[in-house]
Write a protein that binds this ligand. Sequence first.
Ligand SMILES: CC(C)(COP(=O)(O)OP(=O)(O)OC[C@H]1O[C@@H](n2cnc3c(N)ncnc32)[C@H](O)[C@@H]1OP(=O)(O)O)[C@@H](O)C(=O)NCCC(=O)NCCS
Length: 170
Amino acid sequence: MTIVIAPEGGDDIAAIADAVARAFGRADEALLVEALRQSGDLAVSLVARDDRAIVGHIAFQPLTLDPPPSTPLVAMSLAPVSVLPDHHRRGIGTALIRAGLEKLTSMGCDIVFVLGDPGYYGRFGFRAETALPFSVPWAGPHFQALRLSNRPLPSAAELAYPAAFFGGVA
Ligand SMILES: CC(C)(COP(=O)(O)OP(=O)(O)OC[C@H]1O[C@@H](n2cnc3c(N)ncnc32)[C@H](O)[C@@H]1OP(=O)(O)O)[C@@H](O)C(=O)NCCC(=O)NCCS
């Protein structure tokens, strides 16, 4: 079956919420995606479709650095990536992540962060050590980063996530 990856459309919102909730088996991540959409923080939102329906989704949101680096840096977060349970292990998650990273590169993104299983995200080049200079409330081995450019990174900075990550809408 052919899978097509495309930006979310205006008619996709309910199907995205359903796919994200079914992938995670709970509502939290679908509510996060909707809160990010409401606050204008869905910088990239892609869907995976088969010939009938949306079967997967990925979202990226902008981050700010504190203190701001002397050379401006574009930083993004990947959260969440979702594939319907009965479509797992067919490469749909991989296709969504690769398409998302290509889109971020075309937008001039320098670095992308993710909180997740290193066994999965390591396949795409995400590394916990790349994220080490950046402080977040969820620092640890699951917090990883992938550089998309060679621009210099700060030796230390705090990352500010959209308010939706903390249960609010900015
Ligand atoms: C994680 C997820 C998006 C992967 O989607 P997918 O379409 O099945 O992924 P792919 O087919 O591209 O890759 C599957 C491979 O990744 C592996 N994989 C999946 N989840 C993994 C994890 N948490 N840790 C390590 N490997 C994992 C599978 O074992 C499989 O390995 P194989 O290629 O050796 O068979 C999907 O399992 C999902 O939606 N999970 C629920 C939501 C979630 O946890 N999202 C990620 C956190 S934001």
